[in-house]
Design a protein around this ligand. Structure first.
Ligand SMILES: NC(=O)c1ccc[n+]([C@@H]2O[C@H](COP(=O)([O-])OP(=O)(O)OC[C@H]3O[C@@H](n4cnc5c(N)ncnc54)[C@H](OP(=O)(O)O)[C@@H]3O)[C@@H](O)[C@H]2O)c1
Length: 284
């Protein structure tokens, strides 16, 4: 959950962040997504402070594979010794003996995929990880990884207006893996809505954010959206989307949906930032 601003430092309202976590569980949330890079480490500590001892059935999914050196400075590290230290750090901070789902946050161009993935397979064999997932992956890499370790999930950037991971989603369906779309609300840009989105929302007495989340749930039986929020109001609003079933006509009306220009600009800036990050990484 996006509880630390821009993924760096302490949340602006620490008690408020813990209230959001507790309320989420009270309302029936059974899956929390975090990472050692959020803070770094702050988010995992918050989860433990707010929720430990954990209710049965709560799945805490964390990630490793980055070193966070600043608000906008994430350095991939896929070396086996780093992943072992990162996994053990997450276990300690979360107060768990085994991580229910450990996701490789990114691939490190300096380390062969087989080496990185082999380290995850070892941690799984030792029981430190129950299930392995990967993030930000294409089809070819996905297949290489699956030859080395069974995967439970894939987490890629995906939402109503950004569907480049459609092929990966289909592969998840075929293989029975969970597909976790991150950026489901385009960081709130989609919650503003455009004309078509607002029309569908109004007709269902729902908000655009709820329609966008319901669209993700309708997209495939394997999607597990993880909207990030620091707000109790948004939390309740987002959870209510699980009860909103869109009709075939409503789904058709949302096909080819584009963001209104002002939101599209905001969205494009964020996409360009992550593009530049990937480029810097590729050049490193
Ligand atoms: N695997 C990866 O590489 C990766 C990368 C980034 C994120 N993630 C994960 O994906 C999760 C979601 O991604 P994200 O946080 O980047 O994007 P997001 O969920 O699309 O957007 C979160 C933003 O939307 C706002 N928001 C949430 N619900 C809203 C609502 N009902 N109405 C209006 N605004 C709303 C939030 O503000 P408020 O706080 O005000 O609600 C927050 O600023 C993160 O929490 C993280 O766990 C994974």
């Amino acid at each position: 959950m996006r509880l630390v601003g821009r993924g760096w430092g302490e949340p602006p309202d620490r008690d408020g962040a813990k209230r959001v976590l507790r309320r989420a569980v009270e309302l029936g949330v059974t899956f929390l997504d975090t990472a050692d890079a959020y803070g770094p480490e702050t988010n995992e500590r918050l989860i433990r402070e707010a929720l430990h001892p954990y209710p049965s059935g709560l799945v805490i999914a964390t990630k490793g594979g980055y070193l966070r050196e600043g608000p906008r400075r994430l350095i991939p590290n896929g070396r086996p010794d780093h992943l072992r230290r990162a996994c053990e750090g997450s276990l300690r901070r979360l107060g768990l003996d085994s991580l229910p789902l450990y996701q490789l946050h990114t691939f490190d161009p300096a380390v062969p995929i087989e080496e990185t993935t082999g380290a995850l397979a070892e941690l799984r064999a030792e029981g430190k990880i129950r299930h392995v997932g990967v993030c930000n992956v294409g089809l070819h890499t996905l297949e290489r990884v699956r030859r080395i370790v069974p995967l439970a999930s894939v987490q890629n950037r995906y939402n109503l207006v950004e569907r480049s991971a459609d092929g990966v989603l289909a592969a998840c369906e075929r293989a029975g893996m969970v597909f976790i779309p991150w950026f489901p609300l385009a960081k709130g840009a989609l919650a503003g809505g455009g004309r078509r989105l607002a029309q569908v929302a109004r007709a269902r007495r729902a908000t655009p954010a709820q329609v966008v989340l319901a669209w993700l749930l309708a997209r495939s039986p394997v999607t597990l959206p993880i909207p990030g929020t620091t707000s109790l109001v948004h939390l309740e609003e987002n959870l209510a989307a699980a009860r909103l079933e869109l009709s075939p006509d409503e789904l058709a009306a949302l096909e080819g949906y584009r963001l209104p220009t002002y939101e599209a600009r905001r969205f494009a800036k964020s996409a360009a930032r992550s593009g530049r990050r990937l480029l810097r990484r590729a050049r490193a």
